[in-house]
Write a protein that binds this ligand. Sequence first.
Ligand code: AMO
Length: 436
Amino acid sequence: MTDRTLVRDLAQLPEGPVTVGGWVETVRDQKKVQFVVLRDESGAVQLVRQRPAEEDDVSRAIASVPLGSFVRVSGTLKHDERVKLGGLEVAVAAFDVVTASEPEQPIAADSSVDKRLDWRFLDLRNPGNELVFQVQTTFEHALRTWWVEHGYVEIHTPKLMASPSESRAELFQVPYFESTAYLAQSPQHFKQMAQAAGFGKVFEIAPAFRADPSFTARHATEFTSIDAEISWIDSHEDVMAMHEEVLVAGFEAVRDKHGEDLERVLGIPVTVPSRPFPRIPLAEAKRIVAERGYVVPRADEDMDPEGERRIAAYVREELGHDFVFLTDYASSIRPFYHMRSEADPALTKSYDLVYRGTEISTGAQREHRVDVLETQAREKGLDTDELAGYLEFFRYGIPAHGGFGMGLARVLMLMLERQSIRETTYLFRGPNRLRP
Ligand code: AMO
């Protein structure tokens, strides 16, 4: 390994010899002195070189290095409060160009998102963009840790499927030897299988695929789905209680580890939500937004995005919360596997979680009585032969259970106030984007 000090750690070091490595962000090549800003994954530092009377290799290398090149620099660390960038600088003794960049950078700060995505590896050199993925690492780790500490088993379900995992809509088909396979739209079937297997509590963080032709800020054709499924529940209330607890653990970890950086780099405060999150039945939520002047267009259907924004505004104003569970969805707009409410079979024991006006998750208690499940599937016009493998899971004993699926990039987009999940996905996949 190249022995180098991360820029972040320079402040703690005494003055003296150091080696740093990173890429060249700016060069100011003046008559008497040369300045370089070098950035690595942890920050940026100013390098300085007094020009000798006779041009030497170092001054020539600095004068000619294209922006973006990766360099390794040895020199002498000096603490100097007058240096705006971190109060320190490195006086350059050796300046090695590891690999030179092409002379012209293909993107600039004001390039369109599409162009930036074409050059994602350069776009991610922007410290704010890289920070998104540090936050993602911390958030996922905190969720995983919370689940592991609470006795959950991590599963990895297959993404190649013999039958659709969610519905016939938005389904990718791929040739599979002599037959056809489907890409998993969700781990739904197999996280439920773990309940039949007696695992009790499971989670998975993995890709899901949807052949969704939309071009919105919140839809991708491949996304990372965070899923959990638990047994022995009384209702979807138990799922919501776990859901909000694990989310709070994730937000706390992000605040503790990146709170200062997020304020400094992106100007974003991290707000850890308080528990319990508000819960509003869907019908009541529609009434509330109607009273406030917005009638959700299709009365018998889900909230539309504007409805979600309106109910979120209400919850923020009246209850001071960024999250709201919308509960008790009509069975007509929910999948066949959602359990119906004992009190009113027209409703399901399910919820959507809305964060800052956008749906981030769907959860429910599942129907575990196979005869009821089959009836519900038939009512939805589904082919029970195609579902035969799934239905087997319910014929040999299974506890009452439920869970949720949550889009990782959506949570990050809303938490970090980004415009689109394109910015919180490492490499976005949409109808028009398979590269890079
Ligand atoms: P649902 O279809 O609502 O539920 O998906 C759950 C969550 O996954 C995310 N999501 C998406 N993110 C980006 N692009 C997409 N095209 C996309 N589609 C979905 C959203 C959404 O809230 N099996 C159920 C979950 C469950 O009941 O456990 C399911 O998949 O954040």
